[in-house]
Design a protein around this ligand. Structure first.
Ligand code: PNS
Length: 169
């Protein structure tokens, strides 16, 4: 558990924000590893996403719950508006994000610096994606599945089942 001096009373709450459309094994790996570093990890789905999602927020929440429902210090939620405002409402001190390849770095750096400017008390912490997951994204999973490719091992089985149901197979 990470504890800054003087933080013994409250403990650290981290937010892992994202679209999770749908959750992949890469996200799951990050949640498992991130949850070990903090007292509470809130995995939170952005509600007002400009991207056209495949699954509704409620469906994504159900899938997350099926996969991480048993983790004792992981909570699920959704949010609107600025991430730093949401994090402050949740008394979070940490934003957790994953970095897969160097191509993620630029966008993540921009977000981390903007979030630091907007909320200087909240620190963004990055975990490197596990090597087995470093090429997996929700977007690619949807594309490959939509074109009939095999996605087993890339997403939890329950997510694969939902994708099949959605496609009527
Ligand atoms: O899974 P994603 O799509 O990469 O997640 C992006 C997310 C949700 C982390 C980002 O879009 C976000 O934080 N949106 C909330 C609105 C906000 O605070 N924007 C300014 C961030 S610099």
């Amino acid at each position: 558990m990470v504890r800054a001096a003087g933080s013994e009373i409250g403990g650290h709450i981290a937010i892992y924000p994202g679209s999770f459309d749908p959750i992949t094994n890469g996200h799951l790996d990050l949640i498992e590893r991130g949850a070990k570093l903090v007292d509470k990890l809130i995995v939170s789905i952005l509600r007002n996403d400009s991207k056209q999602p495949l699954f509704t927020v409620e469906e994504r929440m159900e899938m997350l719950s099926e996969v991480v429902g048993g983790f004792p210090n992981v909570e699920l939620d959704s949010f609107d508006g600025l991430l730093v405002d949401y994090a402050a409402r949740k008394s979070a001190t940490v934003i957790l994000r994953g970095i897969r390849a160097i191509s993620d770095y630029e966008f993540e750096l921009q977000m981390a610096l903007m979030n630091r400017r907007l909320g200087p008390d909240i620190e963004t912490i990055f975990l490197m994606a596990g090597e087995a997951y470093s090429y997996i994204s929700s977007r690619l999973v949807k594309e490959v599945f939509g074109l009939g490719g095999n996605i087993s091992g890339l997403v939890p089985p329950t997510v694969e089942a939902r994708l099949r149901k959605r496609k009527g197979i």
